[in-house]
Design a protein around this ligand. Structure first.
Ligand SMILES: *[C@@H]1O[C@H](CO)[C@@H](O)[C@H](O)[C@H]1NC(C)=O
Ligand SMILES: *[C@@H]1O[C@H](CO)[C@@H](O)[C@H](O)[C@H]1NC(C)=O
Length: 226
């Protein structure tokens, strides 16, 4: 290789490298990648994928000028719901539930106080009274009220200047879908002590039974070998 060819090939490699770097940097954030990393949003990730809302949001993020805000309930929040609360929804309602967790503007934490209620979400037209979501605050905490649940905004999962993802402690159940929702009943108390004694009594009986059978076999073997 001549010196010139070497320099040429080196600069070409450098150019390709710079090009790849800049395209990576310019790439819009991917909501699934962001939510998969912490490992505690598996239900949310599954819903976002199955409904197509993830692709929709990722597409919008690429052309947005105003950015997006995403409220992310962790698995714990989903397991706190009445069983079947999500599974019994129609496909459209699942999409609306997820869109209710998305604001079509980037809101930094201090700026929540400046929003006026009800706050428009992706789910519907709040001016027509659809899908109301209110920002409430007590002290430093920023809360969200849907008319069905009161949630609190927790840690910032992700933030750049076009997308903010905040963890919320509850699934934001929109009034339009969950008007008649009842939270699950408290977990039933553990069985009374008497039942437990009975259980262990039965267990020791079986142990004795087993021992008797075992001794019987042993005795037979002993008798046979005599
Ligand atoms: C939300 O705020 C609006 C306007 O202040 C109010 O009329 C409505 O009752 C509030 N709803 C909830 C659930 O907090
Ligand atoms: C939400 O908070 C409001 C105001 O503090 C209260 O009146 C309402 O009962 C709460 N709703 C639920 C579901 O906890």
């Amino acid at each position: 290789m001549t010196k010139q060819a070497a320099v040429f090939s080196l600069s070409l490699t450098l150019l390709v490298f710079i090009f790849q770097c800049s395209t990576t940097l310019a790439q819009a954030p991917d909501i699934i990648e962001i939510l998969e990393k912490p490992g505690r949003f598996t239900v949310l990730v599954r819903l976002l994928k199955n409904t197509g809302v993830a692709n929709q949001l990722n597409g919008e993020l690429q052309k947005s000028n105003t950015g997006y805000t995403f409220f992310a309930p962790p698995d714990e929040a989903f397991s706190g719901l009445r069983s079947g609360a999500i599974n019994s929804l129609s496909d459209l309602q699942k999409v609306q539930l997820l869109q209710f967790h998305i604001l079509a503007t980037f809101v930094s934490l201090p700026n929540f106080q400046t929003l006026s209620n009800p706050v428009p979400t992706q789910a519907g037209d709040t001016s027509a009274g659809e899908f109301p979501l209110n920002v409430t605050s007590s002290g430093k905490d920023v809360g969200l009220a849907t008319g069905v649940v009161n949630a609190t905004i927790g840690t910032t999962v992700y933030s750049d200047d076009e997308l903010a993802v905040y963890q919320v402690d509850k699934v934001l159940l929109p009034l339009d879908i969950f008007r008649d929702y009842k939270p699950p009943e408290p977990v039933p108390e553990s069985p009374p002590v008497a039942a437990k004694v009975h259980e262990s009594g039965a267990l020791s009986l079986t142990c004795h039974g087993m021992l008797a059978v075992f001794l019987g076999i042993a005795a037979n073997i002993a008798a046979f070998s005599l």
